[in-house]
Ligand binder design. Structure first.
Ligand SMILES: [Zn+2]
Length: 317
């Protein structure tokens, strides 16, 4: 209960942080236009490969994953995409053969073990608290063993489920030999820049740090201020202008911060399945190809794994 209360109080999108909304809004309102820079932009297509999101919930059930991985193998081969897959530890055994086919041209990281939280409880979701330190350490080791057992390279990248990750987890990641973390809570307005934390390089899912003001039922009363995050829903939005504006803001913030030019998109295999959840459909396969092609006409894109972006920031920098 206490953790959830603290999480609500710290929630930057909520109206008790309205002064921060205005401050941030001012800070990011006059971002320079990225203009016509032809410097390459790394596009990281990252997929959280995890248990099915629908009942019956089972940490080993992942029926939406094999068709997606098969599609990715074929299409990425044809288009030259090299993507990043964060795989939930408990389903690595089931997906072993598919993952082995992808290992040479895609990056394989770890997405928790049972899709648990790795930090403070969320005020808006009923997930259990993060396991204690000793158990988190054991879950990381178990995940690494699952990779090794299936003939996959030891994972060096990690993304916490629901982007919930605390300092204890970050220390444990370093102890377990991880080098890259992508768990920053982008949807809460983190800047879309690559940062170093000791031996870890942190590359967030990309989001614009400019809050979008929502007002209560047409009144001037501020109600909520989300941040546009490059999840699949936004990446495939019919409103191309919204997407382009978000990307321009992300690239401008990176330009100001001297961070590599990159876009990290977050998606899940189940979003490419005909499951009764908003926006999920097999039609997303072709939409994703089309969208990457369309952006490629506007920007000098390279579809690369997350590690390539992390590698652009020097160790110790
Ligand atoms: Zn997940």
């Amino acid at each position: 209960m206490m953790q959830r209360l603290i999480d609500w109080l710290a929630e930057p999108r909520a109206p008790h942080h309205v002064l921060t909304w205005y401050r941030r809004s001012r800070r990011y309102q006059d971002l320079p236009r990225p203009g016509s820079s032809r410097a390459p932009v790394s596009l990281v297509l990252s997929f959280d490969v995890e248990q099915d999101p629908e009942p019956p919930f089972d940490h080993h059930r992942c029926e939406t994953c094999p068709p997606f991985l098969e599609w990715l193998d074929v299409v990425a081969g044809q288009l030259g995409w090299r993507t990043t897959l964060f795989v939930q530890g408990s389903i690595v055994d089931r997906l072993g053969p598919s993952l082995r086919r992808l290992r040479s041209s895609h990056e394989l990281g770890l997405h928790g073990y049972f899709h648990e939280l790795w930090g403070r409880r969320l005020w808006f979701a009923p997930y259990a608290a993060a396991p204690p330190r000793w158990l988190r350490r054991a879950l990381l080791e178990e995940g690494i063993r699952a990779f090794e057992r299936n003939g996959l390279p030891r994972p060096r990248a990690f993304r916490a489920p629901n982007l919930v990750c605390d300092d204890t987890t970050l220390d444990l990641l370093v102890d377990a030999g991880f080098e890259i973390d992508s768990s920053v809570a982008a949807y809460r307005g983190a800047e879309p820049v690559v940062a170093r934390r000791g031996r870890l390089t942190r590359v967030p899912v990309s989001a614009s740090p400019r809050p979008v003001f929502h007002r209560w039922r047409g009144t001037p009363i501020p109600s909520w201020a989300p941040y546009r995050t490059l999840n699949l829903q936004l990446f495939l939005t019919p409103s191309v202008d919204t997407l382009v504006e978000t990307i321009d803001e992300i690239l401008a913030v990176q330009g100001q911060a001297g961070s590599p030019r990159h876009l990290v998109v977050l998606a899940h295999p189940w979003e490419f399945a005909d499951v009764p959840l908003a926006g999920c459909t097999r039609g997303n396969y072709n939409r994703l190809i089309e969208r990457v092609r369309m952006l490629g006409d506007r920007l000098p894109l390279e579809v690369v794994p997350l590690g390539k972006v992390a590698g652009q920031v020097e160790v110790g920098a």
